[in-house]
Every structure is written in C-alpha cells, then in structure tokens.
Design a protein around this ligand. Structure first.
Ligand SMILES: Cc1cc2nc3c(=O)[nH]c(=O)nc-3n(C[C@H](O)[C@H](O)[C@H](O)COP(=O)(O)OP(=O)(O)OC[C@H]3O[C@@H](n4cnc5c(N)ncnc54)[C@H](O)[C@@H]3O)c2cc1C
Length: 491
C-alpha cells in the first residue's frame, strides 16, 4: 500500500473528493468513467485536455464523397484489438455494450527506397507495388490448410517462400509458448535516491531472437515490419523491446481474430465521458505539485497563454505520455524521464480522381458509416526502407473509395499530393531499462522516491503496465487507480 493512503470521503453531497484527470485518451476517459460511476458517488471528476476535443477520437475524420454524398468515418488510429491479449479492454467493451467488428487484411510486403516513398500506389496497383516481395490474404496457416488452389496455381518460388514462412512462423510461436524470455540474474542497481537494490532485467527481443535461432531473413523481411508497425518504431527500436512484451503479445493473439469497435471509437468515447460535467478543453497543465491540503495544478489556455490559473484538487491522475508526466510532475522525473517516446505521423490521402472533402464535425458522436467496417478484406502494405542509417517500415492501409491511411514512424513526413489530413501522435517505446522503471513506479512505496499513487498522484496510460504500449495498458492502469480509490470495477 502507498504511504499516502487515499482519503476517501463520505458521500454527504458537499465533500466529494475532487479528482483532476489530465489527458482524455482511452486511459484518462476510462479512469474518469470508473470514478464517475462510483456507487457511493464519492468522486467529482475534472478533465483537462490541451486539444480542442477529447483525444481518444480527436484524430478520426469524417469524409464526404462529393459524387454520392456518402459520409465515411475513418478512425485514426484504427485501435484494433483481439480477444486474448486485450482481455480487460474486451470486458470493458462488453460492459459498455460496444459491438466488435472483425477486420480482415491482405498483407503486402514491399521494399522501397527513401526517394520512392513519396509515391503512393493506387489500390489497384497495391498488390504489385514496386519492391513488393510477398502478398498473402489470410493467415498463413489457414492459407496452407484450406487453399489447394494456392498449391496448384502459385509459382514454385512463391510456394517455397510460403513453406519457409510457415515453418519460421510456427517455430516462432513454439518458441513464444515454450521458451520464455530469460530473466537476467538479479542485478544491483541504484534507486532514485542512490540506495543499492536488487533488480531483474528481462532479455531484449534482439537477445531472444538470437537465442531461439529464428532465421534472419524471416526476422528482417517479415517479422520486424509487422511488429514495428504495431509499435510505431524503427526495427532497431523494436529489437530493444523487452522480449517478454513480444512473447506475451504473440501468445495472447495466437489464433485470435482482429476487431475494431463497431461504429467507430467515437461511440466508446461518448459512452465513457457521458455525464462528466467539468471538462476543460484547450487547457494545458504545466505543473502538478503536492501542497498542504491537496495537489496543486497550474494550467493555461492553449488559446491565450496569458490566461493561466491554479487550483487545488484532492487527487490527480496523469493520463499523458511519460515525457509529459516527467515534465509537469517533478517527483516522477527520475523514473519516467528514461522512458523513450517517438513521434508518429498518420496521413489520409485520396487518389487523384476521387472527389472527397473533409466534414467539420461539431459533436462527439459524428455522422457517417465507418469505412473499415464493410466486412471485406482491405490491403495493408508494409513498405520498408533499408538504409545504412535506419531500417523502418511505414504502413499503407487501403480503404474504400480510393482512400489510403499512411502511418510513418517519424514526425517529419513530407506531404504528398492528395493529402486530406495529417495527425501527429507520441508513441511510448519500451526497453529493458524502461520496463524496470515502469515496474518500480508500480511497486509499493518504500519511502525511496515517488511511486504510483504517492502524493495522491497517479499515472495511467497505454505504457503504465508490463506489456506492449497498446489499449490494454490504458484499461489495466485505469482499473488500478479505481481499485486504489476503493471503486468497484464493473467488468
Ligand atoms: C498510429 C498508431 C496506431 C495505433 N494502433 C493501435 C491499435 O491498433 N491497437 C492498440 O491497441 N493500440 C494502438 N495504438 C496505441 C494506442 O492507440 C495508444 O497507445 C493509446 O491510445 C494511448 O492512450 P493514452 O490514453 O495512454 O494516451 P493519449 O491518447 O496519448 O492521451 C494523452 C492525452 O493527453 C493530452 N495532454 C498531453 N499533455 C497535456 C497537458 N500538459 N495538459 C493537458 N493535456 C495534455 C494529449 O493531448 C493527449 O490527448 C496506436 C497508436 C498509434 C500512434
């Protein structure tokens, strides 16, 4: 238990505990939902968000086809999930009544030079795009088991390559299930106050791959392009991840179908935020500090920096990326400032002959059918640039109506012709060192420095758990805050 036990006040109508939640992504909104739903009505939630909209759905867009008048809602990012790895997210969606929509993808692997990256092939040319070296339309094992046509019609080279991939793929899964990552012998490390402690490091994904003898060709051209897209990072950064993240993810997603929230993530956002009155949009928090009688928050308007204010809350939840948490809440800096983050850019492009315009949505529940949801397989191309300085993959997701969502692990993507919209995100990476820091932040307070919940300040987010930086981490960390504050989690 933390040194500062939560002071849970009785529900007498006047002395509710005031909780400020900074950030309105899935983690912030799930925490807000749980505290707002407290049966004893002990918490009054205030949401702070620097953007003009709640961030969970902020980058999604509605597009209008000028020829047909049809509206398409495009979720950016797509926020896909499966039942195994995302157990808590799925339970929450079931509880909220969010239906699942299966998505099926045809995967195209291509190698591209940096100069050719600006050329975005049309949907018709996607499967034969320059540099493409493999295409498959179903998961490999299904393809091999159920498609005799594949064996009869494919070229010998393709058949051999598919067989090779199937063997590598199967071996990788066997390794994930039966050869757990090694914990490197307990190490002595200095904690944030300089005291010597014992710790355990998980081997990196790079070390694990060497140990299980997975062929280099499969790793370079198939495994890393996919994993680095899931984590929005370069191949080298992916290899630095703790091996346990990847093996748990592979086990959790084994033989699972991939889904998105039916109708769009906006429905999840609207349901989670329902009933929360005190919402401060376009308000940036720049300081969180423990003071006598509570936690002081200093904030300013993003419209006018001269409009700043201070307010004391009983508790504060930082639902932001680790670099922001470290910058605004000083005691967390020694732990959180070592956690790497990278910029990611998503661009929506329309092919030259389509007449499509952006619709300015005024509400949190926008109009329009969700474009990913028509049940047909869509092409997802993994285009990798292999240069001496960096090897990285970008994805091209081909939607209906000539739309392409291009996602690049970089903050500086030159705009190409046909760009309708660009969004930038911060993605938190994992390393064996940062894994240790997150674990330490979640440990019980031993008086040596700040830990989650100490000083009545909590952290939540996709990075606040011992796993891949995905939506499941948002839900798990929000549930932890609810439990610390004595609130029942209804799923
Ligand atoms: C391109 C891309 C694709 C992805 N695809 C998937 C996927 O398919 N499946 C999956 O599970 N995960 C996916 N993810 C990961 C997942 O979507 C994110 O990790 C998750 O949404 C992060 O949620 P969060 O609540 O932790 O933080 P965020 O959504 O980042 O929310 C933090 C919010 O805090 C606000 N904020 C920051 N600083 C301040 C401040 N000082 N004051 C006030 N507000 C502030 C920000 O504006 C932001 O809105 C993807 C991520 C990206 C970038």
């Amino acid at each position: 238990m933390h040194q500062n036990q939560p002071r849970i006040r009785p529900a007498d109508g006047h002395s509710k505990s005031r909780v400020a939640i900074i950030g309105t992504g899935l983690a912030g909104l799930t925490t807000a939902y749980l505290l707002h739903q407290d049966k004893q009505k002990r918490y009054e939630v205030t949401l702070f968000e620097q953007a003009p909209k709640f961030s969970l759905d902020a980058a999604s867009i509605t597009l209008k086809n000028e020829a047909t008048g049809a509206l398409e809602r495009v979720d950016i990012p797509p926020r896909s999930f499966c039942r195994g790895y995302y157990a808590n997210l799925c339970r929450m969606y079931d509880h909220l009544g969010v239906s699942f929509q299966r998505i099926q993808l045809i995967w195209v692997f291509a190698k591209v030079s940096a100069a050719a990256q600006a050329q975005i092939p049309s949907a018709d040319a996607a499967q034969t795009m320059p540099g493409s070296y493999f295409v498959y339309g179903k998961r490999l094992h299904e393809l091999l088991l159920v498609s005799p046509h594949f064996w009869l019609r494919g070229s010998l080279q393709n058949v051999l390559l598919t067989f090779y991939l199937a063997v590598c793929h199967a071996w990788f899964f066997v390794a994930c299930f039966f050869f757990p990552p090694r914990m490197i012998q307990p190490e002595r490390y200095l904690d944030v106050k300089g005291s010597a402690k014992n710790g355990q490091n998980c081997e990196s994904f790079r070390q694990y791959l060497d140990r299980i003898w997975l062929p280099q060709y499969y790793v370079l051209y198939f495994l890393l392009p996919i994993l680095s897209i899931i984590c929005s990072c370069s191949h080298a950064e992916m290899l630095d991840f703790p091996a346990s993240d990847v093996t748990s993810f592979m086990k959790g997603s084994f033989l699972r179908k991939t889904y998105v929230a039916k109708g769009g993530i906006n429905r999840v956002q609207a349901t989670l935020a329902e009933g929360i009155q005190d919402v401060r949009l376009q308000t940036r928090v720049n300081k969180v500090e423990r003071v006598d009688g509570g936690v002081l928050i200093r904030y300013e308007s993003t419209q006018d920096e001269r409009r700043s204010a201070e307010e004391v809350f009983d508790r504060v939840v930082l639902a932001v990326s680790p670099n922001v948490a470290a910058a605004i809440f000083n005691p967390s800096k020694p732990l959180l400032s070592v956690i790497p983050t990278v910029p990611v850019t998503s661009t929506v492009l329309a092919s030259p002959n389509t007449k499509i315009s952006l619709v300015d949505e005024k509400t949190h529940v926008p109009s329009g059918e969700c474009s990913y949801r028509r049940g047909e397989a869509q092409i997802m191309a993994f285009r990798t640039t292999y240069s001496d300085s960096i090897v990285q993959t970008e994805s091209l997701h081909y939607l209906e109506g000539g739309l392409v969502v291009r996602t690049s692990p970089s903050g500086d993507v030159p705009e190409v012709k046909g760009t309708l919209d660009t969004s930038r995100f911060t993605r938190t990476l994992r390393t064996t060192e940062s894994r240790n820091m997150v674990r330490k932040a979640m440990e019980a307070d031993d008086g040596a420095g700040w830990v989650n919940g100490k000083d009545d300040v909590w952290i939540v987010g996709s990075w606040c758990w011992d796993g891949m930086v995905l939506l499941e981490g948002c839900v798990v960390s929000a549930m932890r805050v609810a439990r610390d504050l004595g609130v029942n989690v209804p799923w």
